[in-house]
Design a protein around this ligand. Structure first.
Ligand code: FA5
Length: 330
């Protein structure tokens, strides 16, 4: 094929290319290392030495022409393709927006806000403890004997031997006693974790309130009075509180407490949590004079409160994020 014919064909094809992809193929076909224009040079060997410079020049001119036509066409096609893409991505700013769904606070969030308001109004100071807790604050500082079954790996998510996901909010006690001196009133509300099989009333992740005060002359009567005010604020003015003996290493005496109200479960007693007078060992460990000071502490599961107040029978509902469930509570 002569240089002229090849050039003519190349220019015609390049100018007819309808996309940058097609053009890329033509570039390879004509201008690539093994392309047709480069191929012309191979014929130079058959020419006489006198003919060679003129032939070489013609091939170079041909290459320059094809290259230039290719470059121009490439710019044209790129601009055209950009335009198509712009059209495709064009946003009609005059369209009306989709209506926004109005959110609401999660029923557990609402419960925790209410707990904070109630205990805050009773003079308790909110303390935010870490969920990733030291073994010592979660157990040893709370007077657990070294072989207590609650510290078993069965119940607890250990991160290292020394750190774990706190199993109870009572863990803040050691943190508070280490920095604040009595008289003091503190509480926390937060997430707790236990390695439990999940069922309707147990989760591996749940929430607790923990509340305590230390002052001169604090007795079980103060505990019962405080729990009564708290329970009535949470559940209504008819609520009564009942204590029964129970054991927790960090209280002495220890109780579990239940509430009853004609408006809840037909007046049946329903257990809410644990409580008691803070064990003197804990106070002494922090240099608090136990002849002068005593304290009470109580704790309960946050999920319990809306479960009782609204008759929710499965605590897994709180975590599943099903709007049909969540929208019922506002
Ligand atoms: C405690 O955790 C003590 N720290 C409470 C306490 C504080 C006692 C201060 C004395 C003084 P207990 O393990 O019983 O106690 O848990 C307290 C509440 O947390 C339970 O009544 C329950 O409502 C809730 N709870 C415990 N485990 C789970 C779980 N797996 N899922 C949901 N709620 C739970």
């Amino acid at each position: 094929m002569t240089i002229e014919i090849l050039e003519q064909e190349a220019l015609t094809e390049i100018q007819a290319a309808s996309s940058t992809t097609a053009l890329r193929e033509l570039e390879l076909k004509y201008l690539g290392k093994n392309g047709l224009v480069s191929g012309l040079m191979k014929g130079i060997g058959t020419l006489t030495p006198e003919e060679r410079p003129a032939y070489g020049q013609k091939v170079n001119l041909c290459r320059a022409k094809v290259q230039e036509t290719h470059d121009t066409q490439l710019q044209r096609l790129k601009a055209a393709e950009r335009e198509v893409q712009f059209q495709h991505e064009r946003i009609d700013v005059t369209l009306p927006s989709r209506p926004l769904r109005r959110g609401r606070e999660h029923v557990l969030g609402m419960t925790m806000s209410k707990i904070k308001r109630v205990l805050g109004s009773m003079g308790f100071v909110y303390y935010d403890g870490p969920e990733l807790e030291d073994f010592d604050f979660n157990f040893s500082e709370l007077n657990y004997p070294p072989d207590h079954p609650a510290m078993d790996a069965q119940d607890t998510f250990y991160i290292t031997d020394e750190t774990l996901l706190r199993t109870q909010c009572t863990a803040i006690q050691g943190r508070v006693f280490g920095t604040v001196h009595p008289p003091l009133r503190y509480f926390t509300v937060g997430r707790t974790f236990r390695n439990e099989a999940v069922d309707r009333t147990h989760s591996h992740t749940f929430h607790q309130v923990d509340c305590f005060m230390v002052d001169e002359g604090i007795s079980m009567a103060h505990l019962k009075g405080t729990l009564g005010v708290f329970a009535r604020a949470m559940f209504g003015p008819e609520v009564k509180v009942r204590f029964r003996p129970d054991f927790f290493p960090f209280v002495e005496p220890g109780v579990d407490y239940a509430i009853s109200s004609p408006k809840l479960f037909g007046g049946k007693w329903v257990e809410l949590g644990g409580a008691g007078l803070i064990h003197p060992n804990i106070l002494e460990r922090h240099g608090i004079d136990t002849e002068r000071y005593t304290g009470f502490a109580f704790g309960l599961g946050v999920e319990r409160i809306p479960m009782m107040a609204y008759g929710i029978d499965d605590l897994r509902n709180f975590m599943e994020n099903d709007l049909r469930f969540l929208e019922q509570y506002s």
